[in-house]
Unconditional design. Structure first.
Length: 185
């Protein structure tokens, strides 16, 4: 499966987690220790938009994807759906994977940005599911390519800033993925 199809599938999978969020869940803790669910969702929506701006060649502003900027409102379904629709359009633009995108961390190939985007969509979808009490299982077809990418991208230099230390994991690809990124499966 190509990365654009994986991104679409990731949005569908994460969208099911988003659809299960109740207003009372928005203050729930998440696997991202510093954030409650509202803050995580705000971060997700902002980070996704930042990625899509970069993929489209637009300038990005890191200050616009913080967890304190409320993008969720009363219900995360609508803003998530809007970002998902934009992602489908953006990642299917001719040549988008061949461009160089400029992120706050520096320039990256469009294909790397697409995999980074997929990682954010899938792993934060898992975070949302955990915050709402779901026993979340990331499908192998999403977890395996994402983990393969992360093993090359999430180096020790990123640990402690973008990713926590790797934790022991079991055999399931999704469990290995979240543990690799420092989450307790």
């Amino acid at each position: 499966m190509n990365v654009t199809d994986l991104i679409d599938e990731g949005y569908v999978w994460t969208g099911k987690r988003i659809a299960a969020v109740r207003p009372s869940d928005l203050t729930a803790p998440t696997p991202c220790d510093a954030w409650n669910l509202r803050q995580l969702l705000n971060h997700m929506l902002g980070a996704f938009s930042l990625h899509l701006d970069a993929a489209s060649g637009l300038p990005v502003d890191r200050s616009q994807f913080g967890p304190e900027i409320d993008r969720v409102g009363a219900d995360p379904v609508q803003p998530f759906g809007e970002v998902a629709a934009r992602a489908t359009r953006t990642w299917r633009e001719p040549g988008v994977l061949d461009r160089t995108a400029v992120l706050p961390m520096g320039p990256v190939p469009g294909s790397v940005l697409a995999m980074l985007h997929l990682t954010e969509v899938v792993v934060h979808g898992w975070d949302v599911g955990r915050a709402t009490g779901e026993k979340v299982v990331i499908p192998a077809e999403l977890a395996e390519p994402t983990l393969e990418f992360c093993r090359g991208f999430a180096t020790d230099a990123h640990r402690g800033t973008a990713f926590a230390a790797e934790l022991p994991a079991g055999d399931m690809p999704g469990v290995r993925l979240v543990a690799f990124l420092g989450r307790r499966p």
